[in-house]
Design a protein around this ligand. Structure first.
Ligand code: NAP
Length: 233
């Protein structure tokens, strides 16, 4: 049975991903930051465990990994939206975005790699965004961090490929989660109309893509797969 760590697994894409892996027969570890009740009831439902840790804090990540032991699949999914004009971004906003998105992935990957290298197998999936590919106005920090995850994915794939480890990226389009609730119905409707498939995506569709990348036998590494309904082609 594989052990799968999903950061930000309490809600949205992370929770759907935890469900997909559990249905696949994997042992799921649900990391979260503050949604104690959601994370713990999901873990109970899936027969996994929930662990509270802010991924931007190295000590908290190390304590979480010490509690888990060996991890076979890591999904770096924890993230948050941040809307602001570039000149209004504070140092704190900037550091928080890079801390959660990039340092969080860095700390988690460094922690799980020794076991993956030792067993000569493993899968790492980083959750980026279409905005990390195309850039988004008023989301420069978010776009920068998500583009950084793509660079990390490609470089690390080259470095650890010889150890039998795949590193891939999922770059979702607009997905129906809490993260987009603040956009409002009119903007979401407009985004759906701009999407060739005519709707926004579901967390389950992204989870399916992540699960696929975590499976062996597809010869895919260092790639960005974008479930986005055709919004970005
Ligand atoms: P969501 O519903 O808001 O869930 C965010 C998750 O991240 C929650 O589980 C949250 O934990 C966790 N989290 C946030 N900061 C954390 C931290 N510092 N340490 C640990 N966990 C933390 O968001 P979502 O839409 O599912 O997004 C998941 C990922 O997909 C994000 O990386 C996001 O950027 C990316 N994405 C989303 C969309 C979209 O349209 N929704 C599109 C492209 C990419 P708590 O519940 O404890 O707060």
């Amino acid at each position: 049975m594989r052990t799968v760590l999903i950061t930000g697994g309490s809600r949205g894409i992370g929770a759907a991903t935890a469900r997909a892996f559990a249905q696949n027969g994997d042992r799921v570890i649900i990391n979260y930051q503050s949604s104690h009740q959601l994370a713990n009831s999901l873990a109970e439902e899936l027969g996994g465990i929930a662990i509270c840790a802010d991924v931007s804090d190295k000590a908290q990540v190390q304590a979480m990994l010490a509690q888990i032991g060996e991890v076979d699949v890591l999904v770096n999914n924890a993230g948050f939206a941040q809307f602001a004009m570039f000149d209004a971004l504070s140092d704190e906003d900037w550091q928080r975005m890079l801390g959660v998105t990039l340092s969080g992935a860095f700390y988690c990957i460094q922690g799980v790699l020794p076991h993956m290298i030792h067993q000569k197998s493993g899968a790492i999936i980083n959750v980026s965004s279409i905005w990390g590919i195309t850039g988004s106005a008023c989301e420069v920090a978010y776009s920068t961090a998500k583009a950084g995850l793509i660079g990390m994915t490609k470089a690390l794939a080259k470095e650890v490929g010889p150890s039998g480890i795949s590193v891939n990226c999922v770059a979702p389009g607009v997905i129906d989660t809490d993260m987009n609730a603040c956009l409002g119905d009119d903007i979401l409707k407009q985004l759906a109309e701009e999407t060739p498939l005519g709707r926004i995506g579901t967390p389950e569709e992204v989870a399916k893509t992540i699960l696929f990348l975590a499976e062996g036998g597809h010869f895919i590494t260092g790639q960005v797969l974008s479930p986005n309904g055709g919004l970005v082609i």
